[in-house]
Each structure stands twice: as C-alpha cells, then as structure tokens.
Design a protein around this ligand. Sequence first.
Ligand code: BES
Ligand code: ZN
Length: 619
Amino acid sequence: MIKPLARLLALISIGFTISANAEKFEKDWHTYSNYTDVVSTHVVLDLDINFETKQLKGSIEHHLEYKHKGVQTLILDTRDLDIHKVEAFRAGVWSDTSFKLAERDDVKGSKLTIVLPRMTKRVKVHYNSRPEASGLQWLSPVQTAGKKLPFMFSQSQAIHARSWLPIQDTPAMRVSYEAKIHTAKNLRPIMSAKNDPKWNENGDYYFEMPQPIPTYLIAIAAGNIHYKKMSKQTAIYSEPELLDAAAAEFEDTQAMIDATEKMYGKYRWTDYDLLILPPSFPFGGMENPRLSFITPTVIAGDKSLVSLIAHELAHSWSGNLVTNATWRDLWLNEGFTSYVENRIMEEVFGKDRAVMEQALAYQGLKEELVDLPKADTILHVVIEGRDPDDAFSGVPYTKGQLFLMFLEERFGRDVFDSFLKQYFDDHAFGSIDTRSFTKYIKTNLIDKHSGKVSMAEVKEWITEPMLPANSPRPTSDVFTKVKTHMSSWLSNDTKLSKVPTKNWTVHEWLFFINNLPKDISLKRLNQLDTQFNLTQSTNNEIAHAWLLLNIKRNNPVINTRLADYMITIGRRKLIVPLYKALLETESKRSFTQEIYNKARPGYHPLAQGTIDALFVAKK
Ligand code: BES
Ligand code: ZN
C-alpha cells in the first residue's frame, strides 16, 4: 500500500514542479529542445580539432534528467552539423538508437529528434561540425600575430553553440561539462573551464567545468596559446607576441575582482583569466566563464579601454551566475552588467572616469534611438521569429544601465547595492526572465521601501519604447570643459594650438570628436589632423570616431588609413558603422566594395553576415 501512495505523491510533486516551472518562465522561442520533458544536466565532449578540414569531430554525451514520465524523445538543437550515429546507454550497455534531423530553419537550425528507449540515462551523439559553422572561426596563419600557425575559436552567444555542439541550446537551462580535446601537438586548446597552464606533449587535453552554465557559455579556442600569470586569480592566455602588452594593460583585473566582491558578493568561479584573440574576433569581449575572450583592439598602451574587462568580469555575476532565461531578456544580462561595469570602474579608476564613460554611453544611445525601429527600443523586446543577432543594439546595454542608475538614485546606493547582492544570491546558478524579475523587484525593493518608485514607473522602463522622462541623463564636468574649448575654437575666439589638449584622456578626445559639428568643414578637419595626427591615432576607439566623422564629411585624406583599419580589425562595433556610413554615398560604393573584398575573408562569419546584409540593403 505504501508504494503506490509514495508514487502518487511523487507524481503530484513532480507535476507541481513542472507546472510551477512552466509558469515561471516564458518559453524560449529560439530552441527546439524539449527541456520541459527531459533535461541534459551534464555533457561529456570528446572532440578532435582538425585545422586542415576546419572541423570538430567526435562525440557529445548527454546525461539526462527526466521531468516527468513517458518521455520518448530527446530533442536537441543543431545547425549545419553532420550526425553520424546516436547511441543510448541503458542497463550497462551502449546501443544504437534512431534519430531524425529535420530540415534547416534559417534562424533556429535543424531540430534533432532522438528516440529514447525506456530508462535511457545517457545519450551519445557522434558528429562533426562543418567549416562554415556559424559559431566557429578558423584563422589562417596570416590572420594571427605570429603568422606561422593557425588559430580557431568559438563564439556561442546567442544561438551558435548548436553549430558545433548538438545540445539543448537555451539559456533557461544549465549544464556542467567535461571535455577531452585532441589537437596537433604545436597547437594548444583552452576552454571556458578549469585550464591547466601547461602544454601537453601528445596533443591530448582534458577540461572540466564543474559549475552548471548555460550552453552559450561553452567555449573553446586553439592556437599557439601561451600563458602569463598576473595575480592570484588572474592570468593572460594569448599568442606569445601579445602576452606582455596584455599583462601590462590588464594588470588591474585583480583589483576589479576585489572591488566587485566587496559590492556584490563572492566571485564563484575560482580563477578569472583572459584569452586575447586575434583582431578578427567579432566582439569586444565575451564573458566565457573563468576565461573571458577579449579583442586585442583594446590593448591601447594606457589602460584607456579596460572598461571592457570590467564589463566581461561583471558578467561573472550578471549573466553567468544569474542568466537571462530567453534572448528577449538580454537586458537582464547586459543592462545589469553595464551598470556593474561602471561601478567597478568607479571603484578602481575613480568617479570622473566612471561618469565620463556614462556620458559617452548615454550620448551613443541617444543617437542610436533616433534610427532604431520603435519596438526595438523596448527593454523587453519582441524577438520571436527573428535572429537574436539582428535585434542586437545599445538598448539592452545602456537603457538597461540607465534603469538601474535610476533605481540607485531613488533608493540610494546602500539600499540598491544590498538589493542587487541579494538578487545575485537568490538566483545564483539559475535563470530569470523579465516577468519573474518584475515580481522579484516588487517584493524585494519597491514594496519594501514604499514611496520611492512605483510599479508603474518600473513597467514603463521595461515595456515602453524610448527613454522615460525620469531617466538619468549623465553629464560630465570634465566634458563640459572640453565643450567650452571646442566652442571657442569653432567661433574663432581661440587658436587650436591654445586648446589645452596636452592632458586630455582618451575619453575627452572621444567626446571632442563625437561632438564636433556634423557639418564641420574640411578645412577644420584637416587643421585638427595636422595638429593632432588623429588619422594615425593608435587608439582604436579614437581612430574609429575620427574615421567615421571624416567618412560622413567626405574627406578623402583618411582613405589609406581607413582601408588598413577595416582590413586588420574584425570587431563588429568598430567596423560596421564605418561600412554603413560609406554605403550612404553611392559614389563610394566601389571603393567600399574593394576594401570589403580584401577584408571579408579575414572576418568572422557573424561580421560577414552583418556586412553582406548592408551591401544588399543599399543596392
Ligand atoms: N555578451 C556580450 C557579447 C554578446 C552579446 C554576444 C549578445 C552575442 C550576443 C559581451 O559581454 C559584450 O557585451 N561585449 C561588448 C563589450 C561591452 C563593453 C559593451 C562588445 O563586444 O562590444
Ligand atoms: Zn556584455
């Protein structure tokens, strides 16, 4: 009698968790996987990295946890994978099981349906990725710093893990993983996992990521990758040519960790290392756990661009510890991270710099808001049916950050900090969507300190387009001075040589260039260039701002430098606006096409996709 009763109770309680779960999160539109039926909680990778064929080849084993009875299939996400065979493990033996790979959807890829014999606890998929995998880039030796050996790396966020791993590719779920990776002897792999700084003689490496992470954080790279320790928890991995410069540039990383721990609680991932990639890396950075992937374009020689490190580090709390449940909720990752990033910068580099960075971001957002479709200026954006990459903008970042700055302003820093710390603790190693966040903030902040912020205000921030009237509008006193000098030069009251630029920081230069009149004359532009040699600036952000302005003003003086910049750098944020501006003018099309023909083979598939689309749109 006891047995059936216990089973009944178990069923009821399972039923309860499922319905509670289903109710908890909105469905992730971007996955085919049946994660509400059966969850892959741990994966074991066994992969060979083949640089000749540009393929990963091997197997992935899934350890399964059933959410209810009677589940007969496991559905995984894939894109452009060749599936060789699938095995199921039960009663101590592996045996083949049948599977079906559906037709490819442009956004989601191909659904892989695997038949689960009863009681299957583990499933192993044998497969290979294809050279065109959207989540991998294969670099030839000339694209590296050393020029002698090839390099490869993954970029899985948002939905590219499925192009190199057949997996339940949703940020609503988490897996721990282990991996056996084989490469050529002179090329070393590393992963977003525990890394052993030593090279192995035989090309066999073993990795382990014991903490459960969403699949978009599974990452791999391989190349002539060397190691330099910076501090107790931090180190650089990169080609040997960049090791010293990177270690000097990013030497404050430990101080950043210490500062964040003080504000928001313990760093839960043991070590925090940086992998410096070749310049075609399409992003500034990617917060792969234990090992952020970083563009070399921020190694400026003066630490002026290290807010990028603060940003990727901040994701160790907002994003990696507490994860957006769907890609509609990206602002919960990026807005929180931009806010925490700025707090770290304030702690480590002081208030002036932090405020300048706020002001630059705010200006950037305001310009972006003018061009974006209204619907895309909403934090809780609708992206059903769209590729999350296409909906990408400054909105989740800077509007999200401004929302948190608004809350900080109203509640005071102490109250808001302890709320945030509690939020990270309460959701650690879990996901959250916008709806659950709204409930959480109501209970834990709004109602607790009533009279400061209304739920109507919260909802306006989250669900309405553009910026609310009560938005913070950061301005910097340092920039106000720059503006005064600029104005008196422009009105001929001061000579350019008298403008006190000697001690200007990179931020002041960026503000200066970005705020020059949109119709500035070529004469003035060239005067600036003669005086300050801006076209040749080795700071990639300054060069970007300057080149962009000169493209818009049709100044041909920059053309050689421009071509060189666009051919050597593959970071989307730096090059896409340049292509956009160039394609605005029909007469520049062939010049632009010529540059792109040279540059395209060196770009990441993601950057190629974005820029291809620009050429098509402007036809
Ligand atoms: N996680 C993002 C990169 C990302 C976002 C990749 C969405 C794919 C989809 C990363 O943390 C990031 O935000 N990088 C920024 C840098 C930052 C300082 C704004 C970048 O790459 O420019
Ligand atoms: Zn980010």
